[in-house]
Design a protein around this ligand. Structure first.
Ligand SMILES: C[S@@+](CC[C@H](N)C(=O)[O-])C[C@H]1O[C@@H](n2cnc3c(N)ncnc32)[C@H](O)[C@@H]1O
Length: 289
């Protein structure tokens, strides 16, 4: 089938669900991913035709998109901070807001070339934060922790394809038992976390493709204690962050002031709350005194 005809079929079947522009980008992402055909090549060769097998593959992609599966899971990869990341149903798809958090950390620390920075990413998922930091702050030792062994497997593969060394640890940040023994002898200059922060009562605001496909464990927290991850991480940072060390959080946009209060109560210095590009309160930072 001609690629341009196939593109028309994508539009006919999917525009009502996703809108024209998004469907266009799904089609070209798939073409580039599976056939290594960049977008401009179709303009140069409008007669370009897919084999029967290739056409069948594209109909499978179309079906998966109709069922609201995220394109990143269908293709098995995504881009974050200019790097390629493998993703599957065990890890959250890295978000643009999180790129903004990473960018903030890099801007704050890229002039710190003389000292080696010990960095810990809590709730690493695909490893996107840890790996982007390791890549962009080459003078760093990066550790990354998650409760999910399946997520850690993806994160390890991502560290490998991006050629960075990360110490991965499986641990429950909410647990009081000392299963963080691999961190016993480490003190950190930077602790960063994008923990689960969507309250179950906020489920209604989420798109069906997120709700039905991305890991519940990565997204949700009970309404009765929505800051429990932030409290546990701040407590952990009391012991493991060096004096003057930086604590960075991605946060629930509706709980900005409450989350900031946690750092005020823990006597942090130079606390900053930042909005993301969509003007939602999304990032918090404080320095340990
Ligand atoms: C919002 S996702 C963030 C993933 C990744 N850091 C990112 O920014 O895309 C939260 C992560 O926290 C992990 N997690 C959930 N509960 C945890 C716990 N009790 N201890 C450690 N990690 C946990 C989840 O498995 C998930 O990977």
């Amino acid at each position: 089938m001609k690629a341009l005809d196939l593109k028309d079929v994508f539009h006919q079947k999917l525009d009502a669900i996703y809108g024209k522009n998004e469907v266009e980008s799904f089609f070209f992402l798939s073409l580039e991913h599976y056939l290594n055909i960049p977008r401009f090549q179709l303009a140069l060769d409008p007669e370009f035709t897919l084999t029967k097998d290739e056409t069948n593959l594209f109909f499978k992609i179309l079906e998966a998109l109709k069922q609201q599966q995220p394109i990143q899971y269908i293709l098995g990869e995504t881009e974050f901070f200019g790097l390629k990341f493998i993703v599957n149903e065990h890890v959250l798809i890295p978000r643009q807001e999180t790129e903004e958090l990473v960018d903030w950390i890099i801007r704050d620390n890229s002039k710190n070339n003389e000292i080696t920075l010990n960095i810990l990413d809590i709730g690493t998922g695909s490893g996107c934060i840890a790996i982007a930091l390791a890549k962009n702050l080459p003078n760093s030792n990066v550790y990354a922790l998650d409760i999910s062994s399946e997520a850690l497997k993806v994160a390890r593969d991502n560290a490998k394809i991006n050629e960075v060394e990360i110490q991965f640890i499986q641990a429950d940040v909410l647990s009081n038992s000392n299963d963080n023994h691999k961190l016993e002898n480490s003190m950190f200059d930077i602790i960063v976390s994008n923990p689960p922060y969507v309250r179950i009562s906020e489920k209604g605001e989420m798109k069906p493709n997120v709700l039905e496909n991305e890991p519940y464990l990565a997204l949700f927290v009970d309404d009765d204690d929505p800051l429990k991850f932030y409290k546990a991480i701040t407590k952990f940072a009391n012991q493991k962050l060096k004096n003057g060390g930086q604590l960075y959080f991605e946060i629930n946009q509706y709980l900005g002031e409450e989350t900031k209060q946690l750092l005020i109560d823990a006597n942090y210095d130079k606390i900053e709350l930042l909005e993301d590009l969509n003007s939602n309160l999304r990032m918090l930072k404080g320095l340990k005194k």
